[in-house]
Write a protein that binds this ligand. Structure first.
Ligand code: NAD
Length: 548
């Protein structure tokens, strides 16, 4: 297979920047630097795909190259199914991925339909073409560990040891996020190639020879209060119980194996080399074995909780899989959103990101400077951007992520558009976000776990989010099911705008980048969060039933 790379520079391969942008971002998702398994169209997160098949990919590329400024391409679970006449304010691409009717929304039915070639798993930003490599999750992970440090360890992780597992597309951000907060991390991973890749990309510092070696190195670094991340090859369901037995002083425990999909979690007793063959031969038996291993894995996490460690589910639904595997204390520890992130969601904050279509890192450096000038008082933002500039290795098109809230995102978007218009940036910039955002997801084991009013499973919000972004002028909009936590457990939406330097783009950006985070504010006002009510009052977000 010839490796896919997005075009760079200013020469268009489609008819306008509004169609060139989704084309480059689709290709960028499948760049070998970005995607975990590009040969299978898999971008990240277990089997999150950018397109359903290579035929579908080729047809999407062909169609985008020819698409007019008043046409919209419809993509159904990674397959282009129609082109409709719309208008220039309409999105150029509308995407629906992995959606199933409630009673059918389980992995078994999904896989039956996938085997028939009728659907694909879109994860969050895989099938919606705004994955930017591990950096995409890095700031969220950095923010989460910073919140853990604030909550339990006096604002720093110096002198603490974190244990986690999974060094995949998302989980690979964990070691760097811990060391950015000055802590020590032991990261268990069963796939040697993932460990090697994270070391190459400087997300992981070293690999230990075995668990004992990892513990020795971790204890020495803890003692010296020196940041260090250590990869160790093995199965988390074996190594974590062993760490518990060894009585190592672990302060923080979490996990980012692909637990949301039991076929993407390696059960104890299955050699890594036989993983693929065994899950294909007997998916039902494999699922049971994986759930049973997850029960052992989560039992060890609860063991650390009982010893006083800070333990949280990092958004992969491992608690529910462990419950299915027969462990009844799986929900003793919380998910990371209610534990640390919800106050940010109340302000419309979430993982805002942009990518330079020029391919030139100098464009991102210029946007970094612009963001710091726009928000000079935001110390955490300054710390993040400074560290990201030093330590983040770009994968594919240069990109940046930072958490901005309601009243901030549109200012950044408008500034970038001006910089494109003036020539300060060499080419347009795409501006999007993760689906894991403040007002774009219903996911009762993650983003909407333990909502104040019990509305965890209400999925009207992501649908309204997609509708309002479509009505506001986003360039592409997506609605997915099952991302992050798996089939039946989430519904979520995404949007991407293109800052091409035109006045029309400025008008669209102002609306989308206000209304999109505005959804986060109103969602949390509706659920009864005081902070969201305050934010709505201070920043003029209109909520009819709050207006006096
Ligand atoms: P991935 O598939 O790229 O990586 C998962 C890794 O886990 C793989 O490298 C795999 O080898 C490893 N693994 C599987 N079973 C293992 C075992 N028993 N022991 C040790 N290692 C094992 O997935 P990803 O993109 O890194 O995502 C990881 C999980 O986090 C997914 O469930 C995803 O949905 C979730 N997620 C969380 C967030 C968040 O913000 N918290 C965001 C996105 C995704």
């Amino acid at each position: 297979m010839t490796p896919i790379h997005a075009a760079t520079g200013t020469e268009l391969t489609a008819k306008s920047w509004q169609t060139e942008a989704p084309l480059r971002m689709l290709m960028n998702n499948l760049d070998p630097e970005v995607a975990e398994r590009p040969e299978d169209l898999v971008v990240y997160g277990g089997t999150g795909r950018a397109a359903r098949s290579w035929e579908a990919y080729d047809a999407i590329v062909r169609t985008l190259r020819d698409l007019e400024a008043d046409e919209t391409l419809l993509v159904q679970s990674g397959k282009p199914v129609g082109v409709m006449r719309t208008h220039e304010w309409a999105p150029r691409v509308l995407i629906a991925n992995s959606n199933l009717v409630g009673d059918w929304a389980n992995w078994e039915e999904f896989r039956r339909l996938e085997d028939l070639g009728l659907t694909m798993y879109g994860q969050m930003t895989a099938g919606s073409w705004i994955y930017i490599g591990t950096q995409g999750i890095l700031q969220g992970t950095f923010e989460t560990f910073a919140a853990v440090a604030d909550k339990r360890f006096g604002g720093t992780l110096a002198g603490t040891i974190t244990v986690t597992a999974g060094l995949g597309g998302m989980g690979g951000a964990q070691p760097l996020a811990v060391t950015m907060n000055d802590g020590v991390a032991i990261c268990i991973e069963c796939d040697q190639s993932r460990i090697t890749r994270r070391i190459e990309h400087r997300y992981l510092d070293v690999q230990a020879d075995d668990l004992d070696d990892a513990v020795r190195r971790a204890l020495a670094a803890k003692e010296a209060r020196t940041p260090l991340s250590i990869g160790v090859l093995g199965n988390a369901a074996e190594l974590l119980p062993r760490l518990l037995e060894l009585d190592v002083p672990i302060d923080i425990v979490t996990d980012q194996t692909s637990a949301h999909d039991p076929l993407a979690y390696l059960p104890v007793g299955v050699p890594f080399e036989e993983w693929d063959a065994q899950r294909t031969a007997d998916p039902v038996g494999f699922t049971k074995a994986a759930q049973s291993s997850m029960a052992t894995h989560v039992a060890a996490m609860v063991g650390f909780l009982d010893k006083g460690a800070e333990v949280f589910d990092y958004g992969n639904s491992i608690r529910d899989e462990a419950r299915k595997g027969g462990f009844d204390r799986a929900f003793d520890f919380p998910g990371f959103v209610p534990a640390y992130i919800r106050p940010l969601f109340c302000e419309g904050k979430g993982p805002f990101r942009w990518a330079a279509l020029s391919g030139d890192p100098a464009d991102i450096a210029a946007t970094d400077r612009a963001v710091l000038e726009l928000f000079p008082d935001n110390e955490r933002l300054r710390k993040w951007i400074t560290m990201a500039q030093e330590r983040v290795h770009y994968q594919g098109l240069p990109a940046r992520i930072c958490w901005l809230g309601y009243g901030e995102r549109h200012l950044a978007g408008l500034k970038f558009n001006e910089m494109v218009a003036s020539g300060e940036l060499k080419a347009p910039v795409v501006i999007g976000r993760d689906h894991l955002d403040c007002g774009s997801v219903a996911s009762p084991y993650r983003e909407t776990e333990a909502m104040a009013d019990g509305s965890d499973a209400i999925a009207d919000w992501p649908l309204l989010n997609a509708l309002v972004n479509t009505a506001s002028g986003a360039t592409w909009v997506s609605i997915h099911h099952g991302g992050g936590v798996g089939m039946g457990r989430s519904i979520h939406a995404g949007q991407v705008c293109v800052a091409d330097g035109t006045d029309l783009a400025a008008q669209k950006i102002e609306r989308v980048l206000s209304n999109d985070p505005g959804m986060g504010v109103i969602r949390h006002v509706d659920a009864g969060y005081d902070r969201a009510v305050e934010v709505a009052g201070e920043r003029d977000v209109r909520v009819p039933m709050q207006d006096g």
